[in-house]
Design a protein around this ligand. Structure first.
Ligand code: FMN
Length: 276
């Protein structure tokens, strides 16, 4: 499964290349091409293309199709919301960030415990925080490194996936050292949500708030994206942010004003079973 570009329609504007989260789209000779082995089939390229030149191949089970936006304002909000990693260089005012958190906190929590704590990082601190996360990722991966050849003997798949994680983390480290932002994507603001260790359902609580916050943000023109990498390096992130010992970061959101406009929503093939 992968996105497919119809060469005759492609204008070579390069928007697809800019938004692709997997860096699977490459502009060559003013025409975009998709590296099938990297494509996530997320449809970002199709959604952003002003010429309607991108579709999904129909092989495999992760296909999508481009649609016209339709329905109520809420339906169109849900159809149009994408995980955005390309932000304008424009800060989000503190009052707006406070509003986002207010809506996040309206989300349900198990037994209405409402034990969530929010940690906001803005401006140059985001890049500093990213450095902390990247060092944390390397530390998470380091203990497994010497054992990869051994793990490969027992499970080729597991060994290969560990090796590719190691490679990814070290590429991130190099990119960061060169002044890029491979993890937090130059977002002007990041919000981490921590839940109490004492609550077994804290992850759900934090993710509920994350989703409320992100949807409200979208409704006022602020784009967002979940950041799983920071969750992986949560211990270093907690130390940097001064999260109390009682809490664990369970959700991380990058936020900012979007650089590019997605033209159309995509609809995915969905796997549903009914018991009636
Ligand atoms: C648990 C989770 C962790 C994620 N972590 C990251 C991340 O670290 N970096 C990132 O760019 N996107 C991250 N994403 C976003 C997905 O990659 C995104 O959903 C996918 O690219 C499809 O894009 P869409 O949300 O616009 O449909 C994460 C999503 C989830 C649910």
């Amino acid at each position: 499964m992968s996105a497919v570009i119809t060469e005759s329609l492609c204008t070579g504007c390069g928007l697809c290349e800019k938004v692709c989260p997997a860096k699977a789209v490459l502009l060559q000779d003013k025409t975009a091409a998709v590296a099938k082995d990297r494509c996530l089939s997320c449809g970002h390229c199709a959604a952003v293309c002003p010429a309607g030149a991108v579709s999904s191949d129909t092989a495999g089970n992760k296909t999508f199709r481009v649609e016209e936006p339709a329905g109520s304002a809420v339906e169109q909000l849900l159809q149009g919301k994408r995980s955005v990693r390309e932000f304008r260089d424009e800060p989000i005012p503190r009052a707006v960030l406070e509003e986002l958190i207010r809506y996040g906190e309206l989300a349900p929590s198990s037994r209405n415990t409402r034990g969530r704590k929010y940690f906001v990082i803005t401006g140059p601190r985001v890049s500093e925080f990213e450095g902390v996360v990247i060092r944390g990722l390397s530390r998470v991966a380091a203990p497994a490194k010497p054992f990869i050849p051994l793990i490969k003997l027992f499970s080729k798949k597991k060994g290969a996936s560990l090796a590719s994680l190691q490679k990814l983390f070290s590429a991130m480290q190099n990119a960061y050292a060169e002044g890029h932002h491979p993890v937090l994507c130059g977002a002007p603001a990041v919000i981490c949500i921590a839940g109490p260790k004492s609550n077994m359902q804290r992850k759900d609580d934090c993710v509920c708030a994350e989703q409320y916050l992100m949807l409200y943000a979208e409704s006022i023109g602020i784009a967002s994206c979940i950041n799983g990498f920071t969750q992986i390096a949560h211990k270093e992130a907690e130390k940097y942010l001064g999260v109390p010992d009682t809490h664990v970061i369970e959700a991380v959101i990058m936020l900012g004003y979007p650089k590019y406009r997605y033209q159309k929503p995509v609809r995915y093939e969905t796997d549903v079973s009914w018991t009636e």
